[in-house]
Design a binder for this molecule. Structure first.
Ligand code: DGY
Length: 320
């Protein structure tokens, strides 16, 4: 029987390549950067399946460039699918899956890393030591904010939000507030579900773990930022577009909030100089799921989804 033609758009961990090669007539694109729109349209025309990732933007135009495509499924490598126009995919008869489980723990870890870094001014401290200008310890140097016993407000109580709640409560004795569209409870963790405005007013650390896309675009805008207090820190491990970056810069400049710690950016990978130049921000290059185990797990989950699809089953992580 003819094996389905699969395109993997960027190199993945080797065990994922090996399994994919055993299952599919496989092509692996060698470049690590995003695939162009023209190449994505061509891939839709020429392959039965594509395993894309963040930055491979499947816009309505990309689908329009491949009428009645040969491709029947996009098995995304990653949980976030806001780079894929789901309505256009459905219109073209292309299914979409994602890889939620593998990213959960590592992304929650990065949220806690960012929270600790911004609270304790770790980035500033590291830059000071690296600059060679550190004159030594003194009693009022780089004073930060206590994490233990403070209040975290988690926006979006999905898998990652729940893992942040567990770490914050069990590891740091934090009070956990959260906002979620539907009622939620986190087994084993004492939490309080509140409206978003109340969360922004009460939390010392606001952690964003909502999915990206049009529904959450600019959820944190100028108005939301005015509700936060001058000692509050904003942490974003979701998608850059959830925060109005220009409004965030103004809020930092006006000292409306104490700091921001970001793993994702509105126009990623562009990061405005106005952020890069500030000492009160921590900036990571989208490291949320960047552990060996997570990246291998994401690849294997994407292949599970593909295998199920071509066996005629509904893939476990079908999002559209
Ligand atoms: C995810 O899983 O969505 C990560 O952000 C990588 O895309």
């Amino acid at each position: 029987m003819r094996r389905p033609r699969l395109l993997i758009t960027r190199p993945l961990p080797e065990p994922v390549h090996a399994r994919a090669a055993a299952l599919f007539d496989l092509t692996i694109r060698k470049e690590t950067g995003p695939t162009t729109a023209a190449d994505l349209s061509a891939a839709l025309r020429d392959h039965d399946a594509i395993l894309p990732s963040l930055g491979d933007v499947f816009s309505p135009d990309v689908f329009a460039g491949a009428p009645a495509p040969r491709c029947r499924i996009l098995a995304n490598f990653g949980v976030g699918v806001s780079h894929i126009d789901l309505a256009a995919a459905a219109g073209a008869g292309v299914a979409v899956t994602n890889t939620p489980g593998a990213v959960t723990g590592p992304t929650a870890d990065i949220a806690m890393l960012l929270l600790l870094m911004t609270a304790r001014r770790a980035g500033e401290g590291e830059r000071l030591v690296r600059s060679g200008t550190w004159q030594g310890w003194h009693p009022v140097q780089l004073l930060g904010q206590d994490v233990s016993g403070s209040t975290v407000g988690i926006v979006g109580m999905g898998r990652i939000g729940q893992e942040v709640a567990r770490r914050a409560a069990a590891g740091f004795g934090m009070r956990v507030l959260f906002h979620n569209r539907s009622p939620k409870a986190v087994p084993g963790v004492e939490t309080e579900q509140v409206p978003l405005d109340e969360l922004l007013q009460r939390a010392d650390f606001v952690v964003l773990t909502v999915p990206g896309g049009s529904e959450t675009r600019h959820l944190i805008d100028a108005r939301a930022l005015t509700l936060m207090r001058p000692h509050t820190h904003l942490i974003n491990v979701s998608r850059g577009e959830v925060v109005d970056e220009a409004a965030l810069i103004r809020a930092l400049e006006g000292r409306q909030i104490a700091g921001a710690a970001l793993d994702v950016y509105e126009f990623e990978p562009a990061v405005p100089a106005a952020l890069r130049e500030r000492d009160d921000v921590v900036l990571l290059p989208h490291l949320g799921s960047a552990t060996r185990a997570a990246r291998e797990g994401m690849g294997m989950t994407a292949l599970d989804n593909l295998e199920a699809f071509f066996l005629g089953r509904v893939p476990e992580n079908k999002v559209a």
